[in-house]
Design a protein around this ligand. Structure first.
Ligand SMILES: Cc1ncc(COP(=O)(O)O)c(C=O)c1O
Length: 428
């Protein structure tokens, strides 16, 4: 075991040095950015030691770094990049909207068009509003729940991620908004039932991802999610499904696959057609509180809430790309790919496994020692990048539409080669 860990450590150091040798321009870009941004970073999730790649361009499912290396992109902008990196139809939609003028200081037809499309897809959404990010959508959904129920307590789950100030990877993060959160174990209905028994009359909402995305693609069990529905029904709390990632699982999101209708749904990422986007919606009686003609309306302002370019791109995306057929096919491709990955991993000794749903999944290293898990995943990540495959350092993979059969098959073969070499030298 000592020998094993030693091999892993020295191989990791060698792989990291190889990364540095191959990517000097990314190092230079990082050093430059660090002079004006803390750590050269403006988006924490992109950070990976020793420094992340500086990507200069992308096309279809491929990206190119500052040193000219091409990678097949299996990350797909942390699930937002479902369309790939170039999409002529989105480009046309954006150009057309831009030509017609943007920043028009009022409503434009695009926003009602997009709202109609989304409301038609999600049975949980009678009325909705747009925002600028998934984070903001969740903030507004929670705010609505608190104001509508007159209660303060919010149930969320360990490992959950609902945005930069709603992050529960390690309990209630210091950066989070100062709401009263009960952070409970995910997929543990008993714990939630106990919480409701103790404080049900103070709980405004349960905010849950049908699959915890940033938490490592941990899938919610149908019994757990259905149980949350029942507990909320019995206590008058609102059930909020955060479908910022899982909306791609079906035209009506993961909730359609599960057959569970939450009171409110939050959306983001793909429905902006590649631009910054968020939306929250739900039952008419809840959402009607935002009607500004109402004397006691809940205000929700935002310069870019109805940004014409975002609305136009989102509309094009929903009408012509995120079609039921395309989403179903992507879901199936993801299921097959995840199974194939797991088959390769177990055939090669079981040092890794993959969890997920449809086209979103996460590779995990298997080992008792967390340090070994971390180093194994880092090593696999370096090895795959060296061979031209890009996914998140934390193991996240999100398939995009242009990522084809050939790319997926090559990824699997390359993985086999890497795993076999790693086993031979006791790295994995
Ligand atoms: C499930 C979930 N909710 C909310 C968010 C926050 O969305 P945004 O990054 O657009 O603020 C994310 C982002 O990754 C997410 O995965």
């Amino acid at each position: 075991m000592t020998f094993y860990a030693g091999t892993l450590t020295s191989e990791l150091a060698r792989a990291e040095q190889g990364y540095r040798d191959r990517t000097p321009q990314s190092a230079t870009a990082q050093a430059r950015a660090a002079r004006v941004m803390p750590g050269g970073n403006t988006r924490s999730s992109l950070w990976a030691a020793p420094y992340p790649l500086s990507i200069t361009s992308g096309s279809g499912c491929r990206i190119t770094d500052a040193d000219g290396h091409e990678y097949v992109d299996f990350l797909g902008e942390f699930t937002a990049g479902i369309f790939g990196h170039t999409c002529p139809a989105l480009e046309r939609a954006l150009t057309e909207a831009h030509r017609g003028g943007f920043g028009l200081s009022s409503h434009t037809p695009y926003e009602a068009d997009l709202a109609e499309e989304l409301a038609a897809r999600f049975p949980s959404i009678d009325l909705l509003r747009f925002a600028n990010s998934g984070t903001e959508a969740n903030l507004m959904a929670l705010t609505a729940a608190r104001l509508v129920t007159g209660r303060d307590r919010i149930v969320v789950f360990a490992g959950g991620y609902h945005g930069g100030v709603l992050t529960f990877g390690a309990g209630n993060a210091p950066v989070n908004i100062p709401f009263e959160f009960a952070v409970l174990p995910y997929n543990d209905l008993q714990a939630v039932a106990q919480e409701f028994a103790a404080a049900g009359d103070r709980i405004a909402a349960v905010l849950v991802e049908p699959m915890q995305g940033a938490g490592g693609c941990v899938v919610g069990t149908p019994a757990f999610l259905q149980g949350l529905r029942t507990l909320c029904d019995d206590s008058g709390a609102l059930l909020i499904f955060d479908e910022v990632q899982t909306a791609r699982m079906a035209p009506g999101g993961a909730q359609e696959r599960l057959g569970i209708t939450p009171d409110m749904t939050t959306l983001g990422k793909i429905f902006g057609g590649g631009l910054a986007f968020g939306a929250f919606g739900g039952k008419a009686e809840v959402m009607a509180r935002f009607d500004p003609s109402h004397p006691e309306a809940i205000p929700h302002a935002g310069t870019f809430n109805n940004n014409r370019l975002t609305m136009a791109a989102g509309l094009e995306a929903v009408r012509h790309h995120l079609t039921p057929g395309a989403l179903e096919a992507l879901f199936e491709r993801g299921e097959v790919f995840r199974e194939a990955l797991n088959a390769r991993f177990s055939a090669q000794g079981g040092a890794f496994h993959v969890t997920g749903m449809g086209s979103i999944m996460n590779i995990h290293a298997v080992a008792e020692d967390p340090a070994v898990r971390r180093d194994r995943l880092r090593l696999l990540h370096f090895h795959m990048m060296e061979r031209g495959y890009y996914f998140a350092a934390r193991g996240l993979i999100a398939l995009s539409f242009p990522l084809g059969e050939a790319e997926r098959a090559d990824f699997l073969d390359t993985l086999d080669t890497v795993l076999a070499a790693g086993r031979a030298s006791s790295e994995f």
